[in-house]
Design a protein around this ligand. Sequence first.
Ligand SMILES: Cc1cc2nc3c(=O)[nH]c(=O)nc-3n(C[C@H](O)[C@H](O)[C@H](O)COP(=O)(O)O)c2cc1C
Length: 324
Amino acid sequence: MVCVLGPDLRTCRDALEMAVRAPSVHNTQPWRWRIRPDGIELRADTRRQLTATDPLARAMVVSCGAALHHLEVAFAVLGWGVRITRCPDPADPDLLASLTFSPRAVSETDVQLAAAVMLRQSDRRRFPAGLLPAGSVRAISSAASRHGAAARVIPDRLLPQLADPMREAAVRHATDADYLAELAEWSGCRGATEGVPARNTPPARSDAELPVRAFVDSELREHTSMPDAAQWLVVCTTHDDRISQLRAGEATSAMLLKATHLGLATSLQSEPLGMLDLRDQIRGSFLHQCAFPHIMIRVGAMPTTATPLHSTPRRPVDEVIELP
Ligand SMILES: Cc1cc2nc3c(=O)[nH]c(=O)nc-3n(C[C@H](O)[C@H](O)[C@H](O)COP(=O)(O)O)c2cc1C
């Protein structure tokens, strides 16, 4: 027994096994979890910050937020409700959350979301047109509001305005030696426990298409050669502090799991959001300067005939847990 009047150590470990399935920038898994007698603490593992890709550590904190929501989903299906205190110690900014527990009944939604944790994967292939059920994108974006964030759906006619900052980010990164070294270290991986595997990324797109982040040694075959029909959403909050970044990650997780439950495919894009001027451009174009963007989600529907993706690896959970 580790958590007094709460889940035992085995339950905590089972929940953390699910939490680490969360998406993270370049699959860095930048989190540490301390199991305490009275709860669990989530800490950013700053040694895993991508200093060239993510100089302000926004993507690191968003990644931790996604894992925090995954953990909440995991505990819910194991019969425990969590009470989360975000950034509990201003003197210790890397302590992102502390959680305490109380028993609760498991609902059908809890089971659906937990199943989605195990099924969700980043699908970076082009999505075919005409397969998204009406109302599904609205249902996904509304999942953000329960987590103190919002999601703005980008209408297709405005996608050219997104292409500019995406292309500019790619152009700058193409000559940024530090960025390229980080990309080579964290992508094109085969058989590792971290990083983005070569078999999960398709080759770079043509110049005529909306650019997305390019990875190293990409091996994934596209399902269609038709233009990508993804629907894009921008996840945003009204403030831009660490708690907001954490909440944006939680909201992102909630949206991805909702989409997965609906049978839809998703992937994330953050390349221009690591550059302040390009982030401002996206903020001005889509959020009327009144909210702060943290990450973008592509949503689409893949036909059942599409080749299944390989699951991305994770570090063993014992590497990220600290026991009392
Ligand atoms: C904050 C954040 C930023 C991300 N940025 C990108 C991105 O720019 N391009 C991309 O293809 N994937 C991006 N991802 C997705 C990760 O690469 C992916 O989650 C990770 O490789 C694990 O794979 P999985 O999502 O299939 O589990 C991002 C994820 C997070 C949480």
